[in-house]
Write a protein that binds this ligand. Structure first.
Ligand code: SF4
Ligand code: SF4
Length: 374
């Protein structure tokens, strides 16, 4: 029996949906979306689910994650119902619903709560970092006020909470999505082939390229490296590259001070992509170049700025380490860089960042299904 939530229409507005109830079901949005076909049908169907309050239909849908938020559908909607924003709001709703602690719900729905929690985590991470350097004068002063063990253990508990929350969220999502697949679709599919298709999509963004491809699209005139798919690619691979470089640095320690060491070269290249992608994304949002960039929520701004600051401060540290400049400013930059980088990891389960796991999972199941059609 379908579960109906009569309060969904007002609830989803807290996640960023606008006047989606103005929709009169004309189907323009689905027709214009470059990612839809006979089997994959959105965003109109989701607006129907939303108006009827069919929340389970939404949470069980992999199609929700196939949308790349290009905004083409919103540009063409005759009722200004904002189907693109509505899809983005539903992804926030899904992330918050899969996550078990309720922290994501609070952070998405309320800016003051978002600010307080972000600052609290930053403060805690700052203190946590001093527990790794207990001989610093500031550390000793701090431990007189708050015992070392309290700060250190709180940091460990919160990081564990993040890890467990994301594992829980992925499990819940996988169970819901596979429940909506037919047995035949699950059993006959080739996992390896589906995984390779996901890898290819992440490497090429071919599906994303099909968005914004119409003749009259604003992006048609822009060079490829300024187009949204490449901005997304740069941010994603820049962040992954930096994560790998940081882990290698941590494992190799001393060689990380040499900028020609392989892990440092990887970090430098990844940092260039991250800063390039985030700079363009921030610029597009400031200028509101298209409808897709016209509405930016506080959490999206913070996410982008954190990534940008992590990249810029990373370069600063690389240069200062290369020149062995032991200045106070470098220690402050190190603190900012580490707090922001750790906060990005910490907020992974509780922010839109979680889509980095949910989208590949949905793509995997989508490719499983599409193989059965061939
Ligand atoms: S284009 Fe607008 S009015 Fe038409 S179905 Fe889509 S959301 Fe509804
Ligand atoms: S935002 Fe773009 S990808 Fe998403 S439903 Fe609209 S047209 Fe399709």
């Amino acid at each position: 029996m379908a579960i109906i939530d009569p309060g969904f229409k007002s609830e989803i507005k807290k996640y960023g949906a606008k006047d989606f109830t103005a929709c009169y079901n004309c189907g323009n949005c689905t027709a214009v979306c470059g990612l839809t076909d006979k089997e994959v049908n959105f965003p109109r169907i989701f607006i129907r689910h939303g108006i009827l309050g069919q929340t389970e239909e939404i949470l069980r849908s992999k199609e929700l994650w196939l949308c790349y938020a290009c905004g083409d559908c919103s540009e063409t909607c005759p009722r200004q119902a904002g189907p693109g924003d509505y899809m983005a709001a539903m992804r926030r709703y899904a992330i918050a619903s899969y996550e078990p602690t309720g922290i994501t719900k609070l952070m998405f729905k309320s800016n003051p709560v978002f600010i307080v929690l972000t600052l609290f985590f930053a403060l805690l991470l700052g203190f946590f970092l001093f527990t790794l350097k207990p001989d610093y004068e500031v550390s000793r002063w701090l431990f007189n006020i708050l015992p070392y063990a309290v700060i250190h253990n709180m940091g460990l508990v919160i990081f564990s909470l993040t890890g467990l929350s994301i594992m829980w969220g992925v499990t819940v999502m996988a169970l819901k999505l596979t429940k909506s697949m037919k047995e035949q679709e699950k059993s006959k599919s080739n996992w390896v082939s589906s995984l390779m298709m996901v890898g290819k999509e992440l490497a090429t963004m071919n599906r994303y390229k099909t968005c914004d491809a119409e003749e009259d699209s604003f992006w048609k005139e822009q060079p490829w490296y300024q187009q949204p798919w490449f901005v997304h690619w740069s941010i994603m691979w820049g962040f992954i590259g930096l994560l790998v470089a940081t882990v290698l640095d941590f494992m190799l320690k001393d060689p990380a001070t040499n900028i020609w060491w392989p892990s440092r070269i990887l970090g430098t290249i990844a940092g260039i992509f991250l800063v390039f992608g985030t700079s363009l994304a921030i610029n597009y949002r400031f200028k509101k170049v298209t409808k897709a960039y016209s509405q930016t929520r506080l959490a999206d701004w913070v996410f982008l700025w954190f990534l940008w600051i992590a990249g810029i401060t990373g370069f600063w540290l690389e240069v200062s380490v290369a020149f062995q400049a032991n200045l106070l400013i470098n220690h402050v930059i190190f603190l900012i860089h580490t707090i922001i980088s750790m906060e990005l990891v910490l907020l992974f389960a509780f922010s839109k960042f979680a889509h980095a796991i949910y989208r590949p999972l949905a793509l995997f199941l989508h490719f499983q299904k599409s193989q059965n059609k061939n």
